[in-house]
Design a protein. Structure first.
Length: 563
């Protein structure tokens, strides 16, 4: 019988995720199992409420991408009511969307995912002078690169290690053979890890300018936005742009050069296909460029479906072909149905427990996540999926960034089908978005200067069905609401980490996490760094996928699973 290892909890993510992996005698993963280990029930809390309150509750699904849930629920109700917001409201929402995505990607790479690639302990033995020389190989004017600064970084890290209070670095696999950067390259990455702690604060403040605060902004309402005085203020717009320039500076002189350095050192793993996973990619469109209904809307990040990596065909997306299955999920559907469209979705928990040895019942139900499928097909969502779809759709900014990167490190296109490709795509997306944001600001200023000061569309509430689909940091997010007698009859959210982290479906099709881990060889099964590296490349957010609180925000139950 194959050995099965358990990694629980997966750390440096949002929420609670367990990975089990069956290994052959060579230490290669033959089958992986992804399990969300906390119940999600926020859909039940929404029933019977005023639809205009929906967004206030749903943005509490998560403490990271709060704005994304906020906007999706607001837009879903707008579609049900038949409301079309003014261009200025769309532009303000886009500025909020952009600030949140830029902030999220930088934090993810440096503070959640980066230490899967760089060894902080190795950085302690680096030569600051040599580190400066190496940094200049990747950028003519590298970020915060000097002998004195690097020496100070070593000093700070040494004191941290000597204190014995390692915090987020405790239990790490320092010295693992999967690490490939030199001590000096590790020092550069560690330096930028510390730099990013300050820079991400500025990026967060960008969102607060038009969102009133962050997390949990409060400037969206059904019909438009309330931050009108901020949007009409040259000072506030100037503050936003000033902070954006600080973000761009870090992206250009730290983030992107670090990705080139990583690509140079780890490209063999990428070309080997480590973490490639599913061959199907979906994007529902990100950052709208007009106020049309979703079906006719133009996006900066195109919508479409790629099957079996066939880039010659970008297939259209029909929202009515989205379903959620529960064959291996701890739920039941009335009438013993296995798959339901979100408009008909149900959230009926039925926990069936673990095996006697504490492992997952992988032949039965083993996760609190459902299994979203598009037309019965498992797909990957996220920055890489957006770039694959955008590349195939002919997006010039995306093609330029992807081709430029592969040319820089000297690899073919298949590089992208990997854990590293997924990580790099997120960084390139950050660059593309940060460079595009000034266009949004200019459009807003132009509209206002011409006398258009509309930020809200009046409406009358009515019954109906509404949905909102959009790309968010981790992938495709959709909210679905059914309004009857002026109240919410049903609500469902299909989130990116549910698409990617889903368990097997009724056909035995695995989700993106499980597919990406299958075939991965572990250098040391007792130190499964490769598992963490691949899972983190998706930027898991299990708080979005599994979440529960009562109407007063109180904890309902505290569960402890002993393994």
């Amino acid at each position: 019988m194959a050995a099965r290892i358990v990694v629980d909890p997966i750390t440096r993510i949002e929420g609670h995720l367990r990975i089990e992996a069956a290994l052959d005698e060579r230490g290669t993963i033959t089958q992986a199992y992804s399990s969300g280990t906390a119940f999600r029930g926020i859909e039940l809390i929404m029933k019977g409420r005023d639809p205009r309150d929906l967004a206030t509750f749903t943005q509490r699904i998560c403490g990271v991408c709060t704005y994304q849930h906020y906007e999706r629920s607001t837009e879903a109700v707008e579609r049900a009511y038949g409301v079309r917001i003014p261009p200025n409201a769309r532009l303000v929402r886009n500025l909020l969307w952009s600030a949140q995505v830029i902030h999220d990607h930088v934090v993810h790479f440096y503070h959640l995912h980066g230490v899967d690639w760089f060894d902080i302990a190795s950085a302690l033995s680096a030569s600051p002078a040599k580190a400066v020389q190496i940094a200049k190989q990747y950028h003519a004017n590298p970020y915060n690169a000097s002998e004195s600064h690097y020496a100070l970084v070593i000093q700070r890290l040494s004191k941290f290690v000597q204190s014995g209070q390692l915090g987020p670095f405790a239990g790490a696999y320092w010295g693992h053979p999967a690490y490939k950067l030199s001590p000096e390259e590790n020092l550069i990455m560690a330096s930028h890890y510390l730099d990013a702690l300050a820079v991400q604060r500025v990026m967060s403040q960008m969102e607060a300018i038009f969102g009133a605060k962050t997390p949990h902004p409060q400037s969206l309402i059904v019909g438009g936005v309330t931050s009108v005085r901020d949007a009409l203020s040259a000072e506030r717009i100037g503050q936003y742009l000033f902070m954006l320039k600080q973000a761009q500076d870090f992206i250009d002189r730290a983030y992107l050069p670090d990705l080139v350095m990583m690509g140079t050192r780890y490209k063999d793993e990428a070309l080997r296909g480590d973490g490639a996973g599913l061959k199907n990619y979906m994007s529902v469109g990100g950052l709208p460029l007009d106020e049309e209904e979703w079906e006719n809307r133009r996006f900066l990040f195109p919508k479409g479906l790629i099957l079996n990596r066939d880039l010659s065909k970008v297939l259209p997306i029909d929202p009515m072909k989205i379903t959620e299955e529960i064959a291996h999920s701890w739920y039941t559907y009335e009438g013993d149905q296995v798959a339901l469209h979100p408009f008909e979705g149900q959230t009926n928990p039925q926990y069936t427990g673990l095996e006697a040895d504490g492992k997952l019942k992988v032949e039965g139900k083993y996760s609190w996540l459902k299994s979203p499928r598009y037309d019965g097909i498992a797909v990957e969502v996220g920055p890489l999926a957006r770039f694959i779809v955008g590349y195939a759709a002919g997006s010039e900014p995306i093609k330029k960034l992807m081709d430029g990167y592969t040319a820089r490190i000297g690899v073919p296109f298949k590089f992208w089908y990997s854990t590293l490709g997924r990580t790099v795509a997120r960084g390139l997306e950050t660059k593309l978005l940060a460079d595009f944001v000034p266009t949004l600001v200019n459009d807003l200023v132009t509209n206002v200067s011409k006398g258009d000061e509309r930020f809200f569309t009046p409406y009358l509430p009515k019954d109906g069905d509404g949905f909102s689909l959009s790309e968010v940091p981790r992938g495709s997010l959709s909210h679905w609401v059914r309004i009857r007698n002026g109240r919410i009859e049903n609500f469902q959210a299909v989130v990116p980490s549910t698409w990617n982290a889903s368990p097997k479906d009724s056909k035995g099709q695995v989700g993106a996490y499980e597919a990406a881990l299958t075939g991965q060889k572990l250098a040391d099964p007792k130190k499964p760094l490769e598992i963490l590296r691949t899972i983190h490349s998706f930027d898991p957010c299990l708080a979005c996928a599994v979440h529960l609180l009562d109407p007063k925000g109180q904890e309902i139950a505290h569960l402890k699973i002993t393994v």
